[in-house]
Design a protein around this ligand. Sequence first.
Ligand code: TMP
Length: 256
Amino acid sequence: MNKRRRIYEGKAKILFEGPEPGTIVQYFKDDATAFNAKKKGVISGKGALNNRISEYVMLRLADMGIPTHFVRRLNMREQLVREVEIIPVEVVVRNVAAGTICKRLGLEEGTALPRSIIEYYYKSDELGDPLVSEEHITAFNWAAPQDLDEMMSLSLRINDFMSGLFLGIGLRLVDFKLEFGRIYNEHGDVRIILADEISPDSCRLWDITSGEKLDKDRFRQDLGNVENAYREVARRLGILEDGEVIELTEKKGFAS
Ligand code: TMP
């Protein structure tokens, strides 16, 4: 198999140089981390499931006119995406209180928020992705004011669409995290597009009737049955045929 150049290894994905200029191969690992990598583990089959789930959601978003980096899935663990200049800001959209907002503001988990709330975090592993305001983002030039406006309006459209998508399969979209990147055309004009992944690693999804958590909180909080939760999300989205088996063993491929 061809050895492709490894560009970057993150906590859950590896990026390789793509087959054509301006493209990247995203390889989804089974590795899972939480609390800024203080907790580490492996969720068997997660990489293959997230590859499929993210493909599905990105394609549906593209149908809705949201520009994304997704080009096509290559195989079980890899997808081809457009190379972007990543904006070092994580956008979190919250509909229901869970996770860090509960601690920070003393809210009870599960409290419906008065309206959807957008938060920004500075992407820095060393600093543990601190919460920042629009002022920090524009003052330090991580994103220009018009980029930030675009990211916010895309995030709200994505929230509306994904809330409906998941509600349709009996899941409440509690919150999620997005990353955006810049692409430039031949005239040097810049465009902001959705990047990274959308999966149960980056969303909180609760069963509408039972309240059961079907996302990475099962790993963060040691709730057990982590793989089955990811598999259930894929099954409800109609990605996995009943009985289809996603390989559970780590396949190294050319990434080794
Ligand atoms: P939080 O409640 O821990 O701040 O997380 C908010 C949402 O963002 C939740 O759906 C999980 C997601 N998230 C990531 O995708 N990556 C991260 O590094 C963190 C901290 C959260």
